[in-house]
Design a binder for this molecule. Structure first.
Ligand code: ADP
Ligand code: 5GP
Length: 193
């Protein structure tokens, strides 16, 4: 069975990556499987261990690093680490499914470097900063301090967008989903009808 491909989405927090991924996961023809990352942050809202993330203590996270269990990991926010597990990449691509992941800009570019033509990097751009702020507030899952930190980081993150294979603006959700879907189909070799 041919190995699955790797689809990497990256964007400032609140741009809509998770929403877009959620809609794409409902399209069986794309054969997508979500790579669950590990993080040292606390679960928010209804997040569950083993669904959105593997939630680890800082100590457990460090142990996974020492054991060489990450393809890549980053301290995305001060004191908060996130990492892609080797076991997830092997499980998904080995089963012939296409792996979809949501990682920070540096993680995205590192994974692309490692997997080359087997990976595509897609940057999801918010229409503007005010809309990004509105979306972060509307989501209602983060404290004011966390929202400020995430907004503060967004410009830095957007400065990486020219290094991505594709940039898609998430203004109207349906249109953005269609564009990401079409980029994925082209990449994995499914004909658009
Ligand atoms: P991310 O995963 O990039 O942090 P989310 O998918 O959690 O972002 O989206 C942040 C918030 O914005 C959510 O409340 C989501 O429902 C909303 N949202 C996402 N895309 C759009 C859009 N195109 N128009 C309006 N609201 C959106
Ligand atoms: P959140 O806390 O909103 O779920 O995610 C915060 C940031 O961490 C996002 O930019 C997300 O893309 C990134 N992230 C999630 N998982 C990983 C990962 O495995 N590796 C890296 N480098 N970043 C990740």
């Amino acid at each position: 069975m041919p190995k699955g491909k790797i689809i990497i989405l990256s964007a400032p927090s609140g741009s809509g990556k998770s929403t877009i991924i959620g809609q794409l996961m409902e399209k069986p023809e794309l054969k997508l499987d979500f790579s669950i990352s590990a993080t040292s942050r606390q679960p928010r809202g209804g997040e569950q261990h083993g669904k959105e993330y593997f939630f680890l203590s800082q100590e457990e996270f460090m142990k996974q690093i020492a054991e060489g269990n990450f393809v890549e990991w980053e301290e995305v926010y001060a004191g908060v680490c996130y990492g892609t597990l080797v076991s997830e990449v092997e499980r998904i691509t080995g089963s012939g499914h296409n792996l979809i992941m949501d990682v920070d800009v540096k993680g995205a570019l590192n994974i692309k470097k490692r997997y080359g033509d087997d990976a595509i990097t897609i940057f999801v751009m918010p229409p503007d900063k005010a809309t990004l702020e509105q979306r972060l507030r509307k989501r209602g899952t983060d404290s004011e301090e966390t929202i400020e930190k995430r907004l503060h980081k967004s410009e830095y993150e957007m400065s990486f967008s020219p290094q991505f294979d594709t940039v898609i603006i998430n203004d109207q959700l349906e249109e953005a989903v269609e564009k990401v879907e079409s980029a994925i189909k082209k990449f994995v070799g499914i004909k658009d009808v």
